[in-house]
Design a protein around this ligand. Sequence first.
Ligand SMILES: [Mn+2]
Length: 272
Amino acid sequence: MSLGSSASASSMALPQAAFTELAAPAHWRSVSLLSDVHVQVSEPATLAAWEQALHHCTADALFILGDLFEVWVGDDAALEAASFEAHCLQVLRACSAQRPTFFMHGNRDFLFGPQAAAQSGLQILSDPTVLVWGHTRTLLTHGDTLCVDDLPYQAFRQQVRHSDWQEKFLAQPLQERRAQAAAMRARSEANKQVAGYVDVDKPTAEQWLKDAKAPLLIHGHTHKPTHDKLGALERIVLSDWEANAQPARLEMVDLRLNEDQASLQITRRSLV
Ligand SMILES: [Mn+2]
């Protein structure tokens, strides 16, 4: 089985968004969001910044919208003594002990499973999810499903999100999975050198917002942080993280529910 082979694009279904809702408890005053940290052994500065961000988090809830890990090859990776994965789950555990900490799968860490969730205390969110907070509705997604123009990626996504593929992949030895994931990443990086990151399809995103009855979309994935308009609607794209970039990219978004319970105060916060 090859990790990189893709199913034919013609067999691909259009994204079907089912809008799961998450009701925020009445006492929440602020939440923080981040995504695309891509923690990995080879980037200790980004890892340290992420640990600090969680340690100093004061929000009532934290939302991690995917690609927290550069790669997640199976929950058993965290069972290896002193593994990088085990360390990361400990960091998450300390955070989730203080506040509800939600995790949505990204395209790098979609194999983050129930065992890792239990070990870290993370609550897994379906993608997409509508956060219903006071009278506000905010649509949260990793963002890769909305990149409908990237047909090879969508075909690949459909393949690897299938339970048959996942069972076969996870049945292989851990070392073999790590090697395959590294090869896949190398190919994906090479692709990006050529094509760059594809943005989400704006008409599809707008339709999702209309169907979800939400005026605001928050997503990551594209590594193109922005706060812009989608027609009459609004979108925030979370930044990817890289401590050694010039300038460093270490950013969270904070939401605060206004007194009217009907609007949100949005702050992009750089941790540099
Ligand atoms: Mn991604």
